[in-house]
Design a protein around this ligand. Structure first.
Ligand code: AOF
Ligand code: ZN
Length: 353
C-alpha cells in the first residue's frame, strides 16, 4: 500500500502542472509501471481539450512494455466518448492488469462506470489511495460538477488582529514582498480574480491576470484606470444604462438589495459564462458579505506579525453585529505555511449550505 501512496503522490504532483490550464476539466496525473513494478511512463492532462492523463502516459509506450503492468491515476479513468475516446478502453487494449485510483469521478457520465468496466474486464482496481489529497486537488472540479456552482476562494493579508488598513486607508505594505509574490501566484490557479470598485479606486492596482471581475454597482470606475488596461474584464453592476466601454469589457447586470449586488445571482451568471473558480481580492465589506452568505469555499489568509491594537482600523471581514460567539462562521485549517516573516493559513469552509 505504501508504494501506491508514493506513486499517487507523483500523480498529484504531475497533475498540478495543468493548474490554470485545464479548467473546466480536472487536474489529473498518471504513472505506469511494468509487470515488475518499474516506472515506465508518466503523463498528465496538459490543457483543456488535450489528451487525458492516462492516454498521455500510455501513448508514450510503443513496445508493449506495459503488458501486465499497473496504471496509477488520481481520478477514475473515463468511460465516455468526449473529446477523446474512453481511457478505460485504451487501458484494456494495452493489457494493463491493475489500476490504482485516488477517487471516483464525480462527473455523472463517468461516476463508477469506469471502475465497473475495468472490473468487468478482469482488471484489479484499488481505490481511495490518498483520497483526501485528491479531493483537495480537484476541489474546484468537484464543486462545479456536484453543485453546478463557481468555486470561491478569498485572499486577504492582515495583521495579527485581522486588520487590512487603518481608518485612513493606509495599507502598504502589511505583509512582506515574498508573501505578496505568493499571493500573486495564487491568481493563476483560478479562472478569474474578483474585486470591487472601492478596492480599485483606493489602490489603483494593475491586477496582472487574464480574467478579472469588478463589482461596480453604481459604475464609479473610470476606464482610464490601470486596472482596465489588461485582461478580459467583467463588470458586475446594478445599472442598466451602460456607458461606452472598451473591447476588453463585458457587463453583467445583476439585481441589488439594500445597496448591495445580489452575489448569488452574480455567481450564477459567472458560472453560466464558464467562470469555474474565482479568487476574491477585496476589502472587508465584500469579504464579510460573502462569508455571511456562506459563499466562500476557501480562504488564504496571509498574517503579518504586526498588531494595530486599534479598533478604528479596517477588518479583513466586516459587516456583522453579533452578540453570541456561536454565530461565528467556521472553517477548517488545511495548512499553515511560514513565509518569513509572515504565515499563510489556508482554510476551507465547513458549514456552507
Ligand atoms: C480530463 N483529463 O486526465 C481525465 C478526465 O471533455 P473531455 O472529453 O476531455 O472529458 C472530460 C471528462 O473526462 C472530465 O469531466 C472527467 O470526468 C473525465 N476525466 N478529464 O480532462 C483527464 N482523466
Ligand atoms: Zn479519460
Amino acid at each position: 500500500m505504501q508504494t501506491y501512496e508514493k506513486y499517487m503522490h507523483q500523480c498529484l504532483e504531475l497533475a498540478q502542472k495543468g493548474q490554470g490550464l485545464v479548467s473546466p476539466n480536472p487536474l489529473v496525473g498518471c504513472v505506469v509501471l511494468d509487470k515488475n513494478n518499474n516506472i515506465i511512463s508518466t503523463g498528465y492532462h496538459h490543457k483543456y481539450g488535450d489528451n487525458h492523463a492516462e492516454r498521455d502516459a500510455l501513448l508514450k509506450l510503443k513496445n508493449g512494455e506495459e503488458l501486465g503492468g499497473t496504471l496509477i491515476v488520481n481520478l477514475e479513468p473515463c468511460s465516455h466518448f468526449g473529446k477523446t475516446p474512453p481511457c478505460v478502453d485504451l487501458i484494456i487494449e494495452r493489457g494493463i492488469k491493475k489500476v490504482v485510483i485516488a477517487m471516483q469521478d464525480v462527473n455523472p457520465i463517468v461516476a463508477g462506470n469506469g471502475v465497473k468496466k475495468l472490473k468487468d474486464n478482469k482488471i484489479e482496481v484499488i481505490e481511495n489511495i490518498l483520497n483526501e489529497q485528491a479531493q483537495d486537488l480537484n476541489e474546484v472540479f468537484i464543486k462545479n460538477m456536484t453543485e453546478k456552482k463557481t468555486f470561491v476562494a478569498l485572499k486577504t493579508a492582515s495583521t495579527l488582529d485581522g486588520k487590512i488598513a487603518t481608518k485612513t486607508g493606509s495599507s502598504k505594505w502589511i505583509t512582506s514582498e515574498s508573501s505578496r509574490k505568493k499571493g500573486y501566484e495564487l491568481r493563476n490557479k483560478y479562472d478569474a480574480v474578483l474585486t470591487t470598485s472601492s478596492t480599485v479606486l483606493a489602490d489603483n492596482p494593475k491586477f496582472e491576470c487574464k480574467t478579472k471581475i469588478l463589482i461596480d454597482r453604481r459604475l464609479k470606475c473610470d476606464f482610464s484606470l490601470d486596472y482596465f488596461k489588461t485582461g478580459k474584464i467583467y463588470i458586475v453592476t446594478a445599472k442598466t444604462e451602460l456607458p461606452q466601454y472598451p473591447n476588453n469589457v463585458e457587463f453583467i447586470v445583476c439585481s441589488e438589495e439594500n445597496n448591495k449586488i445580489d452575489l448569488k445571482e452574480m455567481f450564477e451568471k459567472l458560472f453560466k459564462k464558464g467562470i469555474m473558480s474565482v479568487l476574491v481580492e477585496a476589502g472587508g465589506t465584500l469579504n464579510g458579505t460573502l462569508i455571511n452568505g456562506n459563499l466562500v469555499d476557501k480562504i488564504y489568509q496571509f498574517i503579518a506579525p504586526k498588531v494595530t491594537a486599534d479598533n478604528s482600523s479596517k477588518s479583513a471581514f466586516d459587516g456583522r453585529n453579533i452578540t453570541d460567539i456561536a454565530e461565528c462562521k467556521n472553517f477548517k485549517i488545511k495548512s499553515v505555511e511560514q513565509i518569513e516573516p509572515d504565515i499563510l493559513v489556508t482554510l476551507k469552509a465547513v458549514d456552507n449550505g
